[in-house]
Design a protein around this ligand. Structure first.
Ligand SMILES: *Cc1c(COP(=O)(O)O)cnc(C)c1O
Length: 468
């Protein structure tokens, strides 16, 4: 996510009213509405609509946003379904039993896609996004560990979770909110992702689990789940500790099944207890939709499950939210039916082709060195080649690209590589070869412009405002 704090903050001299454009103000209406207080009176629908419409227009152009993973386009039939289903509340299973049934179909399909040994015997849920899904996955790990510790008469006051320093911020939140010590394994030039090396120095009897990321947010690289599992197998042999894995497949869990079907990262790896994905990333649905699925019902402790009334009976639910939109679940089902395996494969392959084309062209530019090439998920990052210039850096380039409308964030890598700045492109459905070559042309122009500088660009006030 890119936040433009300049715009989000209230700046000095900002008027505290929204003035109406006289072209659409109606006779007798107020000509200005307060910005930060409740208006005293009503406005006409048209007027209120026009104001909100005009405000929203100031947001960026999603087409040129190469920073986000989140879906910003769906077809006309999806748009129709969305409108028809805008009122559905996911928690109200009694009122919307069919939406509830569709939700179950969707996560059962995902369980099957991710090779659950017995998809009928799994449990899963939709969520508002991967963040909530990760919280639920983490909570299940924590509770399972607590049960096992209590059964063994051991203390449960110091749980820890082992994860890469390149995890998405939702895991920091999980550890903070649910009081679990985060044990970060730093990434390095030699170990660009969490790959199981040295894992025995992080894992102990208080470890509730290890997070493996399919599609690290910083770079798009996969973490080798099978290798991490093998390291945990060795730890179990020597210590007896049986540590489960949660796979954060926010993006990759909707890529790997189609583009790398032979890669074993999912429930084929026996240690994988749960997997999450974002329906609104490579699931291709509008925000906000996530999914989490457990290997089997035993992986989700029963005492975390609540029962809601459903057709006179009850239905198990496990979620942080109560009310939330149901429409996205229907949109996901629509896409599953519409695309099927071959459709998803075609869509994801196209994105990967574009990513490989772009990374190949960027690799040829003398200013840059690729960190990875986008062959895992269609996301890749590059850095400035050592010694290329002292006059500009990737933050400057990011700013220059912004003047052409492109949003391509530059940011520091996490521990232990915080001195390294990279720039990243996320290729999503809709970012065509055509747009990619337009982007490359602008990139080359801006690099040429920066390279022509005879002195350094100012760096004062320069900072990364990018959040993963
Ligand atoms: C995006 C992302 C998340 C958070 O997902 P949301 O759906 O935005 O809540 C978590 N983990 C990874 C690896 C991600 O890329």
């Amino acid at each position: 996510m890119v936040t433009n704090t300049r715009r989000a903050e209230r700046h000095t001299g900002e008027p505290d009213v929204v003035e109406l454009n006289p072209v659409f103000a109606r006779p007798g209406e107020a000509t200005a509405l307060p910005k930060f207080r409740f208006p005293e009176d009503e406005s006409l629908q048209e007027t209120a609509y026009q104001i909100v419409h005009d405000e929203a227009m100031l947001d960026g152009n999603a087409r040129l946003n190469l920073a986000t993973f989140v879906g910003t386009w769906m077809d006309e039939h999806a748009a129709r379904l969305y409108l028809e289903a805008a009122d559905k509340n996911m928690i109200d299973k009694d009122e919307y039993p069919q939406t509830a049934a569709v939700e179950t179909r969707c996560w059962t399909m995902l369980a099957d896609l991710w090779h659950a040994p017995d998809p009928e015997h799994t449990i899963g849920t939709s969520t508002i996004g991967s963040s909530e899904a990760c919280m639920l996955g983490g909570l299940a790990l924590k509770r399972r560990w607590q049960h096992a510790r209590r059964a063994a008469g051991k203390p449960t006051d110091r749980p820890n979770l082992v994860l890469s320093s390149a995890v998405q911020v939702c895991w920091e939140k999980f550890c903070n909110y649910f009081e679990v010590e985060a044990r970060y394994v730093p990434i390095s030039e030699d170990h660009k992702v969490l790959d199981g090396h040295d894992l025995e120095t992080y894992v102990d009897e208080n470890t509730i689990g290890v997070v493996a990321i399919m599609g690290v947010t910083y770079t798009g690289m996969y973490e080798p789940v099978a290798e991490i599992a093998a390291a945990l197998d060795r730890i179990q042999e020597s210590t007896g500790l049986d540590v489960p894995i949660h796979v954060d497949g926010a993006s990759g869990a909707m890529i790997a099944p189609f583009l790398q079907p032979d890669l074993e990262w999912d429930f084929r790896v026996p240690r994988v207890a749960s997997i999450n994905t974002s329906g609104h990333k490579y699931g291709l649905v509008y925000p906000g939709l996530g999914w989490v699925v457990w290997r089997d019902t035993e992986s989700l402790p029963e005492d975390l499950v609540f029962r809601v009334s459903y057709l006179g009976g009850d239905m198990p639910t496990f979620a942080l939210n109560f009310s939330r939109p149901g429409a996205q679940v229907l949109l996901q089902y629509y896409l599953f039916l519409r695309l099927g395996r071959t459709g998803y494969e075609a869509v994801q392959r196209t994105s990967r082709d574009v990513a490989l084309y772009l990374s190949g062209e960027i690799a040829k530019m003398p200013a840059f060195e690729l960190w990875n090439d986008g062959s895992d998920i269609p996301v890749f990052a590059w850095r400035l080649r050592e010694g290329h210039t002292k006059n500009w850096d990737l933050y400057h380039l990011s700013e220059r690209l912004r003047t052409k409308g492109w949003l391509v964030p530059a940011y520091p890598m996490p521990d232990d590589l915080t001195d390294l700045t990279v720039q990243r492109v996320v290729v999503r459905n809709g970012f065509s070869h055509d747009l990619a070559s337009a982007f490359l042309a602008d990139l080359r122009d801006e690099v040429a412009l920066l390279d022509a500088l005879t002195g350094p660009m100012p760096t004062e006030g320069q900072r990364s405002n990018f959040h993963h």
